[in-house]
Design a protein. Structure first.
Length: 267
């Protein structure tokens, strides 16, 4: 029965949709329930305890939706308390940081890895810890990019201003000679072109989306929770805490269907 339950994802806004895209690719038979906390976005500048309580509140809501796995598709919320969510709730919960770290270590040749993320993620040092736990010899260079989320959410990615901002943020990482750059925020793959243009062709960009989807698949396989039913794909459900209109529009541009999003006011 539980096989027919959904995979739940949460983020502060549209960033987690980069993980949804990968789930659709790798697990096309699975139903998605998504929550974008658009009314309280951005999470990046908020204190960790606050982000942790927002994420817990959203997970509690998602658990009312018949879900079998939760993906915290937000680096800031993963950094703020993944172990706390895992200890509190009785179902598999995964984040996006470890998968990103693993993918980066597979790619780097010089063992000089850059990490960009929100102020919260960078201050937590979650990527450094994760990378160095897997390979203590790796050198990590981190940079917070607070304006990137706002550029993405406000559809300002393809503007000269976005290039200027990216040049300023990424300059120290270019100077450091990183050969691999982790896009440590699920919003950043949505401005990958600009980041790639600024970093140049010798730097490999890493998004944790694909690796996270692989981990979800591995867990569902191992726990015999994959949905096997053929035939019509059940409806995905999207919830937002703010007004649904702009979310729906942006989501439609990212996914190959137009999702219906419903507003949920969390108490
Ligand atoms: N997409 C999020 C992340 O991966 C959060 C962005 C934000 O709300 O600041 O960190």
């Amino acid at each position: 029965m539980k096989c027919n339950h959904a995979i739940a994802l949460l983020d502060s806004g549209i960033g987690g949709l980069t993980v949804v895209r990968e789930i659709h690719k790798q697990l096309p038979q699975e139903r998605i329930v998504y929550f974008g906390d658009t009314a309280r976005m951005p999470y990046g500048p908020r204190p960790q305890a606050e982000v942790r309580s927002f994420a817990s509140q959203i997970i509690r809501f998602l658990l009312t939706q018949d879900v079998k796995l939760v993906i915290v598709a937000c680096n800031t919320a993963t950094a703020a308390g993944l172990p706390a969510y895992q200890q509190t709730y009785d179902l598999p919960i995964i984040g996006v940081i470890e998968p990103g770290a693993r993918a980066a270590l597979r790619q780097t040749r010089k063992k000089r890895i850059g990490v960009i993320g929100t102020p919260g993620t960078i201050a937590s040092k979650a990527y450094e810890k994760s990378l160095q736990a897997l390979d203590p010899t790796v050198e990590v260079f981190s940079q917070a990019c607070p304006l990137f989320v706002l550029l993405v959410e406000n559809d300002l990615v393809n503007t000269p201003e976005a290039v200027c901002v990216a040049e300023k943020y990424l300059h120290p990482l270019r100077q450091a000679g990183v050969d691999t750059l982790i896009l440590g925020c699920t919003h950043y793959p949505l401005m990958e072109e600009v980041i790639a243009q600024v970093m140049g062709p010798d730097v490999t960009l890493i998004s944790s989306a694909a690796e996270t989807a692989q981990e979800a698949k591995a867990i569902l396989t191992q726990q015999q929770l994959l949905r096997h039913e053929a035939g019509e794909l059940p409806r995905h459900r999207f919830f937002v805490s703010g007004k649904p209109d702009s979310f729906t529009q942006q989501a439609a541009a990212l996914l190959d269907y137009r999702p219906e999003a419903y507003q949920v006011i969390l108490p």
